[in-house]
Ligand binder design. Structure first.
Ligand SMILES: [Zn+2]
Length: 290
């Protein structure tokens, strides 16, 4: 049997926290045509800090199958793939590449843990704090709508664009914070909050397809979800006016809504969340620092 040898170039470009490293993926290695069949070097390149909340873009040989843990990732024709690491991602994740020629490579990635702060939010109405049975039924329906929008797995690679801020303003809330609403501990906060007056134009942080356009959800108020491909999506919340419709293609920078204070919000702001399917990723890591 022919020996199989691997050359694994594992490039974890350690992006500085919050820095604006454009998401560009290096070209694949040249010279892939050989006269006689030999084991091809299997290359795996990753870009982005491997830490909780990160979006990680990778590239490997076209035609490869890539799995993260037990999960198969979508691999583009040029070998590009992406995955997200949740707020509480474990200390290690296994990434496996199986090339078309049968070579396999397994890499154990060390996931850098992060510390999250505590944020207290007051002034939330009694109705929002203690939803009625009717409101709970509504919440269930809306959660399913949001989950369905984020479940889309499209071959577009709009997520390769360098993301831009959807609005300019002071940061009033960050990813991962443990939230207390009116003193009651609730789920962590997954978005980045930008304090802006109601009516401020909100732009698409990257191109994509609108998968949800809702004028008023119980918790998130006016809500727009934009799918950037491969399961990467942006959710824009607490909007006063939604200016797009579901199925619409939007370009980066296009105004999709006006900001507001709808839903569970203590004042006017934009809440921008990013997901890789159900995993929460930190939008702030993808845009220039503020
Ligand atoms: Zn928020």
């Amino acid at each position: 049997m022919r020996p199989i040898h691997y050359v694994a170039a594992l490039v974890a470009a350690l992006a500085l926290a919050g820095c604006s490293t454009p998401v560009t993926v290096p070209e694949p290695p040249a010279a892939v045509v050989r006269e006689q069949p030999v084991a091809m070097p299997l290359v795996l390149m990753l870009q982005g800090s491997i830490e909780q909340g990160a979006m990680v873009v990778g590239r490997t040989a076209p035609g490869s199958r890539v799995t993260l843990g037990e999960r198969a990732l979508r691999v583009a024709a040029d070998g590009t793939f992406v995955f997200g690491l949740d707020r509480d991602a474990p200390a290690e994740v296994a990434l496996q590449v199986a090339a078309a020629d049968g070579n396999t490579l397994t890499s154990t990635l060390a996931v850098k843990p992060r510390e999250y702060n505590i944020q207290r939010v007051t002034g939330i109405s009694e109705r929002i704090m203690n939803p009625s049975a009717k409101d709970l039924a509504r919440i269930e329906v809306e959660s399913a709508q949001i989950a369905a929008a984020r479940a889309r797995d499209d071959e577009r690679t709009d997520f390769l664009q360098s993301f831009i801020w959807p609005a300019d303003g002071p940061i009033t809330g960050v990813y991962g914070s443990q939230r207390y609403y009116n003193g009651v501990p609730k789920r962590p906060h997954y978005g980045v909050d930008v304090g802006i007056p109601t009516g401020t134009p909100v732009k698409a942080p990257a191109a994509g397809i609108v998968t949800l356009a809702h004028p008023d959800m119980f918790y998130s108020g006016g809500t727009v979800i934009i799918d950037h491909g491969h399961g990467v999506s942006s959710t824009l919340m607490h909007l006063s006016k939604v200016l797009v419709t579901e199925g619409q293609r939007v370009q980066q920078g296009e105004v999709v809504a006006k900001s507001g204070a709808t839903g569970r919000s203590s004042g006017p702001h934009l809440d921008w969340r990013m997901n890789w399917f159900g995993e929460r990723i930190d939008a702030q890591k993808l845009v220039p620092p503020r």
